[in-house]
Design a binder for this molecule. Structure first.
Ligand SMILES: Nc1nc2c(c(=O)[nH]1)N[C@H]1C(S)=C(S)[C@@H](COP(=O)(O)O)O[C@H]1N2
Ligand SMILES: [Mo]
Length: 263
């Protein structure tokens, strides 16, 4: 792990400790957390935003993730999370060899666009060998091929005021009594436009397999594994993440993972 990462962790830990100090020094019962507009609750609501700003400030806008050489690919890409989606929409596409697949860009854009797999594969391609880091404690170096998301967002025309992209996926990551929960995550527009952010259809010189997200999986190289959506079908440009899922910007984010997830 690089010194930058360790320093960043320490820095974030520092800000978290300062935050809890604020709560404890108040010595009040925690009822105030239920009161909208209470100064401590307001401070805690701001904490996520501060963490994001702090991470952004440390990482910068254009820093590239490290790229590796061919010889550093030592293993296959270990599949994790959903590895074989069973929703009817996905099964239908898979059985048709993904020929009817379309990637849609919608939301706060001038033009709603959709692209077939053939169209995406015919666009300028980028190949990068990068390291995927899963919070469960493993990493894989793999070679990803795809086309950059940024130019497609330009083609769609991102409207002023837009702040995020929400990435909607086909897979039912969780089944509950009230129905399937579909995987989703999100990023800011800086990460969406980042030069290494690609809609990837190739893995280690092969067609991207189902277990790793076929037909399209996004790579956002400076973020953790759960920010790399597999089985991607729609990119929604928005100014607010609260209407989606439980409002935290992603399936794992809704379950307590950090939204930004930078590395
Ligand atoms: N659609 C979807 N995307 C997903 C997941 C998932 O379950 N469903 N799991 C995430 C997690 S936690 C990791 S570590 C990586 C795993 O990618 P891989 O299967 O290519 O190794 O995908 C991420 N993207
Ligand atoms: Mo992960």
């Amino acid at each position: 792990m690089s010194r930058l990462i360790v320093n960043r962790r320490r820095f974030l830990l520092g800000s978290a400790a300062a935050g809890s100090g604020l709560v404890l020094s108040g010595c009040e019962p925690f009822d105030f957390l239920g009161q909208r507009g209470h100064p401590v609750r307001r401070a805690m609501e701001q904490a996520n935003v501060l963490t994001y700003r702090a991470q952004r400030a440390l990482i910068g806008e254009q820093a590239l993730a490290r790229e590796y050489g061919e010889s550093e690919i030592r293993q296959g890409m270990r599949p994790n999370g959903s590895v074989e989606p069973t929703t009817p929409e996905y099964t239908l596409l898979r059985n048709a060899g993904f020929a009817p697949y379309r990637l849609t860009i919608k939301g706060m854009v001038e033009r709603r666009l959709s692209f077939s797999l053939a169209e995406l594969r015919n666009m300028p391609a980028r190949t990068q060998i990068t390291r995927h880091d899963c919070v469960e404690g493993w990493s894989c170096i793999a070679k990803w091929t795809g086309t950059r998301l940024g130019p497609l967002l330009d083609e769609a025309g991102v409207k002023p005021g837009a702040r995020y992209c929400v990435y909607h996926c086909f897979d039912n990551i969780q089944r509950t009594a009230s129905g399937d929960i579909l995987y989703y995550t999100s990023s800011d527009l800086i990460d969406a436009y980042h030069p290494q952010t690609i809609l990837s259809y190739g893995l280690n010189d092969q067609v991207l397999p189902v277990s790793n997200g076929a037909p399209i999986r996004l790579r956002i190289e400076r973020t953790l594994g759960y920010k790399q959506p597999k089985y991607l079908h729609t990119i929604e440009v928005v100014d607010d993440l609260s209407p989606f899922g439980r409002g935290k910007g992603g399936y794992w984010e809704d379950n307590g993972y950090d939204w930004y997830g930078g590395i």
